[in-house]
Design a protein around this ligand. Structure first.
Ligand code: ADP
Ligand code: MG
Length: 412
């Protein structure tokens, strides 16, 4: 059940969206110095679009003639990709639109997907400009795999599509509070963590989840609980295969998904949702926030948390290898939570260990890890922050479920 890649159409016409204010404000400069030449050498024709304001990319992608583009590439942090994915899902033709291959070039301060894509290609860790070069190379190589998206439903009935994370408590607070240190780059998360540790607090609420069938809790004290990702099986890159990803030449949904046999029942239900020409993919696992959680869900006994983090990529930041066993299309939400009572040094130890993906080996009794398909979080603390892909969303109860392989990602 190795990863299955297809190849980008050649020549690949890429729309590259750059957020000039992401990270240290150098995304455009970094593009010119590190990526432009690489794309020229690889004969990748592209159009550079510099975003002018928040939601510019979302609006642009919502209206774009996607038949002109073989790939949408984001040179920013994770926030700009969040906009692009939600712009694609806003469209009436979302079923086709979300099949547009997405690429990521780290230009922000939170480059979690870029770090994950680099990691999936089994290269040794890289940071900063080295990570950028690696992602540029992956883009030029042009292999495309599936990407899970998670549908997130808020109390206001607003619905979002997320490719990275849903966080509440410590991690969400650090995400948002550290934005003011954006000018220092990726190290803003470490600074934010140290500041937040000084004012560590408890977040009250209820958490429930639908576990992955047959998933057992990883053995305590073992980072090997998750096997390393399988070695990608690269198909021979033959242009006669149905691998051209221009929207009007894209393979049928059934053949697209048949290659992934490891998603079980949930894949089938989401394919049905995709095929039924629904206004948007149905969240068949979610009962609705006004109803009790269904049978088969686990309700967490503790109601005092320090953090709840659902992540569906390997990295939460360039130097946070949070979900060691995660793959872009494993169909799994990797759910972590830390219960109240953890000491400051123990929490700091967890985050420091996370750089090497060794936090589960810390044997911390307050840290719990579960592989899930869906979850519900109902904060009862009056104040707090919830983030989706690092962006702040409305605070209150949320439900989420994974849609395996709904999008496509340039990786491998
Ligand atoms: P970073 O990792 O540095 O935070 P992001 O890609 O996450 O970078 O972008 C941060 C925020 O900036 C996102 O909310 C995004 O929507 C917003 N944004 C995008 N383009 C612009 C722009 N031209 N000016 C200001 N904000 C923008
Ligand atoms: Mg995943």
């Amino acid at each position: 059940d190795g990863v299955v890649y297809t190849e980008l159409r050649r020549p690949c016409r890429a729309m590259i969206l750059v957020n000039p204010s992401s990270g240290r404000g150098q995304a455009l400069q970094l593009f010119n110095s590190h990526i432009e030449g690489m794309l020229t050498e690889a004969s990748v024709p592209y159009k550079l679009v510099i975003t002018e304001h928040q939601n510019h990319a979302r609006e642009l992608v919502r209206k774009a003639d996607l038949s002109q583009w073989d790939a949408l590439v984001i040179m920013s942090g994770d926030g700009l990709l969040f906009e692009v994915i939600n712009g694609l899902m806003d469209r009436e033709d979302w079923q086709e639109a979300i099949q547009t291959p997405l690429g990521i070039l780290p230009g922000g301060s939170g480059n979690a997907l870029a770090a994950s894509v680099h990691h999936y290609s089994q290269l040794p860790p890289a940071w900063n400009e080295e990570l950028l070069l690696s992602c540029g190379f992956i883009l030029c190589k042009g292999l495309v795999g599936s990407l899970d998206l998670v549908s997130v439903r808020l109390a206001s009935r607003q619905r979002l599509f997320s490719f990275l994370s849903l966080a509440w408590g410590f991690v969400a607070d650090v995400d948002i509070e550290s934005e003011k240190y954006r000018h220092v780059g990726a190290i803003r998360f470490l600074m934010g963590t140290l500041v937040r540790l000084a004012s560590l607090r408890v977040y009250k609420g209820r958490l429930a989840y639908l576990p992955v069938k047959g998933a057992s809790e990883p053995p305590k004290g073992s980072t090997r609980a998750n096997p390393p990702p399988p070695t990608p099986q690269r198909p021979s890159l033959c242009s006669s295969l149905p691998c051209r990803l221009a929207p009007n030449a894209s393979p049928k949904p059934d053949s697209r998904h048949s290659a992934n046999s490891n998603h079980g029942a949930i894949t089938n239900s989401s394919i049905n949702a995709v095929n039924s020409k629904a206004a948007s993919p149905a969240d068949s696992l979610l009962p609705g926030l006004d109803r009790p959680v269904p049978e088969g869900w686990t309700v967490v006994r503790e109601e005092d948390f320090v953090l709840v983090l659902a992540i569906y990529q390997s990295h939460l930041a360039e130097d946070l290898w949070t979900a060691p066993g995660a793959a872009a299309d494993d169909g799994v939400i990797h759910l972590f939570y830390v219960t109240a009572g953890i000491s400051r040094p123990a929490l700091l130890r967890l985050f420091l260990a996370m750089e090497k993906g060794a936090h589960l080996a810390c044997d911390c009794p307050h840290l719990v890890y579960q592989r899930v398909r869906a979850l519900r979080l109902e904060p009862s603390s009056l104040q707090g922050m919830i983030t989706v892909d690092g962006e702040m969303v409305e605070y209150g109860p949320v439900e989420a479920q994974v849609h395996p392989g709904l999008a496509r990602l340039i990786c491998g």
